[in-house]
Design a protein. Structure first.
Length: 128
């Protein structure tokens, strides 16, 4: 095994582990504050990831195709793109939370399952 393979595997594992920890932290905070399980939490996380992927894809698809798939970016452009992707994801998830209206319902169980179902089916329809 090469050192490059080991480093790539280590970085991929740490990234996935950080995402799992972020989702678990969100569940823990929501349960600790309102003592209810919010079933739409993972779906909101998925919407944020999907929106940030769409944003980055829209920003860099032309450059990646022009360079034959080798998208070489300077540091400033990459940082700006990541900040923009975070902003798009935060705004999109905030809009989803306002449209969902779960903050107005005491338990919100049915609303969470409904939003979960709609988000899941719409993401499968758009991305396969």
């Amino acid at each position: 095994m090469s050192l490059t393979f080991i480093l790539n595997t280590l970085i991929a594992g740490l990234t996935i582990g950080a995402l799992y920890a972020l989702i678990a932290l969100g569940y823990t905070l929501v349960y600790g504050i309102i003592e209810l399980i919010n079933f739409a939490h993972g779906d909101v996380f998925m919407v944020g990831a999907f929106l940030s992927w769409l944003c980055l894809n829209a920003l860099f698809s032309k450059q990646l195709n022009a360079n034959g798939g080798a998208g070489i970016l300077d540091g400033g452009t990459l940082v700006l793109a990541i900040v923009l992707a975070f902003a798009v994801a935060m705004v999109g998830c905030g809009i989803l939370g306002v449209l969902r209206g779960g903050h107005q319902q005491p338990a919100g169980g049915r609303a969470d399952r409904g939003v979960s179902s709609k988000v899941f089916t719409s993401s499968r329809a758009t991305s396969g």
